[in-house]
Design a protein around this ligand. Sequence first.
Ligand code: FAD
Ligand code: DLZ
Ligand code: SF4
Length: 511
Amino acid sequence: MAKTLRLIMGDQLACDVSALEGASENDIIFMCEVSDEATYVRHHKKKIAFLFSAMRHFANGLQENGHTVIYARLDDPQNDAASFTDALEKAIHQQSVSKIVTTEASEWRVQEMQRKWQKTFGIPVEIRPDTRFISTQTEFAAWAKVRKELRMEFFYREMRKKTGYLINQDGEPEGGEWNYDKENRAPPKNNMLFPTRPLFEPDNLTAAVLDLVATRFGNHFGDIEPFNYPVTRKDALIYLDWFLVNALPDFGTYQDAMVQDEPLMYHSHLSGLINCGLLDPRECCEKAEAAFRSGKAPLNAVEGFIRQIIGWREYIRGIYWLKMPEYTKENALKANRNLPDWFWTGETQMNCLRQAITETKQNAYAHHIQRLMVIGNFAALAGLHPEEVQEWYLAVYHDAYEWVEMPNVVGMILYADGGVVASKPYIASGAYISKMSNYCDRCKYSVSKKNGEKACPFNYLYWNFLDLNREHFAGNHRMGMMFATLDKMADDKREAIKLDSERFLRNVNSA
Ligand code: FAD
Ligand code: DLZ
Ligand code: SF4
């Protein structure tokens, strides 16, 4: 009997994903581990292990609920398919499939494949929208079309109205303001104690995946052990509920703070779970709003958290689909330096970068301000090539998929899109990192020194960046003050900045 095959990809692990709508007993649900997905960039070992384990648990759950699931494991000797297309071709022939139902892939690269399947396989392929996002691509494009500047803040307000999150009975934003970001910038206090996270011991299934990944992808970046991520819907919900009670109340205030050897602080660590489908963005926001309404978390924390999800996350996705495929090649500032070697080892004497990259290596995670104002800030100031930076961010984080990584890198940290995402570059000298962290106390470089071999490199690179890119930012009113300060500097000071920057960048691998 001819059958319908429903494909579920590794970031579609939700029971209500559109490809499963209307599934009947006769249908085959197909999932596959394929080497191309793990190697088109050499993903962190923990990311591959996380997804394979989550996929296998998800498949078991579907089977327990009575579905017929065909699951191609990477270590199955019969599975020689390298790509989704190869794997599907094999399954179609083996199972006499007459139709494919799939949810649109989250990435351009995979959507290109999906668009070809109908012709390649000669059977109908139904590509359904991904309803897990709050805004559709059409909605975003319509919003963007009538605006000169695509600022997140205004899109976010539309999302607040659409969802009704933190909107009071009069239709006004809760507390009278749309955005409480100004209350979310406290530096860390001394000797802060952060709540201890629940850890999820690997079960037999996860242990087998860890062995597989260690064997097949042992030469990829990152540590595989210890591995204690939640990998099931049940554990993901435990993790979310833990966050709401133990970390959300302080999430807002210390959102921009960084502390030595504290990789998570009050951050949710939910991005990987949301992006792969184990958690729904709406349920995260609704539970956070309930915490506010019952007096368990303050408004600045809950608004901040909801803004990250329905504001930044949705906006970033909108930009990706609006600007692809050209977006990947953007390089407005003509940055062309290679990534320093220590991006792959963490072995640099700049403590802020050593911390952020070492934690990335250990956990496949760094929190937002480390990604933005330490690693990203450095990448912009040092003029690293956007495509190399994109590849790095896509490979090293467990939550990374091109749709979310690319606009954050191209638009937010590198200003490579010429100002679509950011109205001015997110750059700062060492003073910012010193104010927002306790990293500088443990650094070989001195944050108070502006020039010379011992000076914090962020200090001179910051002014050097402005000097080098002066023409590009000439008409940018938000940067007028920065250039006025630069212009007031004595000539010998500006010369020292230039020479320090050149010396540092020449020897960047040993910095
Ligand atoms: P929290 O700080 O607890 O925030 C809550 C949630 O808000 C996150 O889980 C995430 O879903 C969402 N969120 C917050 N900021 C953003 C943002 N800028 N874009 C999209 N979603 C956001 N996030 C990814 O999910 N995947 C990526 O590949 C990724 N790459 C990034 C690259 C750069 C250069 C930068 C600056 C940011 C990137 N982010 C990415 C966004 C953000 O840093 C991570 O979502 C966040 O650090 C994940 O940790 P968390 O779950 O503890 O987040
Ligand atoms: C990231 C990833 C990896 C490493 N491996 C697989 C895989 O073997 N099978 C799979 O279905 N998905 C995997 N993924 C996630 C996909 O890369 C992701 O679903 C697509 O890129 C979405 O466009
Ligand atoms: Fe980073 Fe500079 Fe501080 Fe060192 S002194 S930790 S390089 S900001």
